[in-house]
Design a binder for this molecule. Structure first.
Ligand code: NAD
Length: 363
């Protein structure tokens, strides 16, 4: 082959291989893998502002890159504090165009629970990875729709169960798994705080309020994670001491869960009482955690004199990095949508039993 012809063949080969790939595929192939995934927060209320955005300053595998808000006055404050570019600021109407933004890899929905389904389903349609806060949604049907949308778009769904990323919580799951004190016989799991607000979405049924979604999922998780089982029946009592505030949704719930092994759990959740503890009684000993769901510093002790305590400053950076790493390494999430749904299944049963005089609801 003479030089001229060899050059022609080489050029033709390059041209035909370029033609075989779309510009986006070529760009993706040449772009170095991102060190940190770009996260966009949807909803800039208390949890985004005070916990998740500051946590994203302390993460190795993801960073805050975008915001989605219906409150224009918040935009300059967030842009200045976190250096967010104009092109990465969205509102609830143009949210879907995030699809075309290569800075954003993950969408994290941190809105009132009634809005989780819409913003997770719309987010999944953009092709971005999806994270969503607890409670996953007000109903099992909504949870399933969220899972289905994320499956259809192959984007995965993680629920913001920060506690499950905490080594102290993982430690009591290990006690159960290894049967250190034998089988679980009885659990008491409580999660509540005094909420002094009088006009908030947590008190509105249409927004997915009520203590069961908010604090109930923590008490339920205490029972589910310490037994390693799913309840098969529920009996519940709902009450309020402030009917002028809690007339649409429950202020306090007291409930009994029965598990397949015969283990029983009594649980309490309240917007009127400060409480946060777990006690697990096994065949040959006991374990206590207090608090069981703090942002950091959950502590436990056991009947053999040993303690559970790993210093945790905040759980949120751990959760965010675990989930970002799962994406990078193509591994399953610790708390996928199915885990959120399991709790909402119990929440629905508690509310049904409570509304029907405490009757037994089978699961
Ligand atoms: P919040 O009321 O402080 O913020 C809600 C945000 O949603 C606000 O920015 C508000 O402007 C926006 N919003 C949009 N439409 C709204 C509407 N129609 N009504 C009310 N707000 C509307 O609430 P939050 O405490 O930040 O809770 C948000 C989510 O985060 C909830 O799912 C909550 O359960 C969850 N959360 C989780 C934790 C945790 O420890 N994992 C802690 C707190 C809150």
């Amino acid at each position: 082959m003479d030089l001229k012809r060899r050059d022609f063949v080489k050029k033709s080969l390059i041209a035909s291989s370029v033609a075989a790939f779309s510009p986006n595929v070529l760009l993706a192939a040449t772009r170095a893998p991102k060190q940190k995934l770009g996260v966009a927060l949807v909803g800039l209320g208390y949890y985004s502002k005070d916990l998740i955005a500051p946590a994203l300053l302390n993460t190795k595998h993801c960073e805050l890159k975008g915001i989605v808000t219906g409150s224009p006055e918040k935009i300059p404050v967030w842009q200045e504090k976190y250096g967010i570019a104009d092109k990465n600021v969205y509102n609830y109407n143009n949210y879907d165009s995030i699809a075309n933004n290569p800075d954003i890899d993950v969408i994290y929905v941190i809105l009132p629970p009634s809005m989780h389904k819409e913003y997770t389903v719309r987010g999944a349609e953009t092709g971005k990875y999806m994270w969503c806060e607890k409670p996953m949604a007000p109903s099992v049907a909504d949870c399933q729709a969220m899972i289905d949308a994320c499956n259809k778009n192959k984007v995965g769904l993680s629920i913001g169960y920060r506690c499950q990323h905490d080594p102290n919580i993982q430690a009591y799951q290990k006690v159960m798994r290894e049967q250190k004190f034998g089988k679980v016989k009885m659990v008491n799991s409580a999660a509540g705080y005094f909420d002094g607000r009088t006009n908030h979405w947590k008190q509105k049924k249409a927004m997915g309020g009520g203590v069961m979604g908010d604090m109930g999922v923590y008490a339920i998780q205490g029972a589910r994670l310490s037994t390693g089982e799913e309840p098969i029946s529920v009996k519940a009592h709902l009450s309020t001491t402030r009917p002028e505030i809690y007339h649409e949704v429950e202020e306090t719930a007291t409930y009994v869960l029965e598990f397949p092994s015969g283990a029983m759990a009594t649980c309490q959740s309240s917007f009127g009482i400060n409480m946060n503890h777990l006690q697990v009684n096994y065949e040959k000993g006991w374990l206590k955690m207090e608090p069981q769901t703090g942002y950091g510093g959950n502590r436990g002790s056991m009947s053999d004199g040993t303690t559970i305590y790993t210093q945790v400053d905040r759980q949120q950076p751990m959760q965010l990095d675990d989930d970002a790493l799962a994406i990078k390494n193509k591994k399953p999430y610790l708390c996928p949508g199915e885990e959120g749904l399991r709790d909402i299944r119990v929440v629905e049963a508690v509310l049904k039993s409570g509304a029907n005089g405490g009757c037994e609801v089978k699961l």
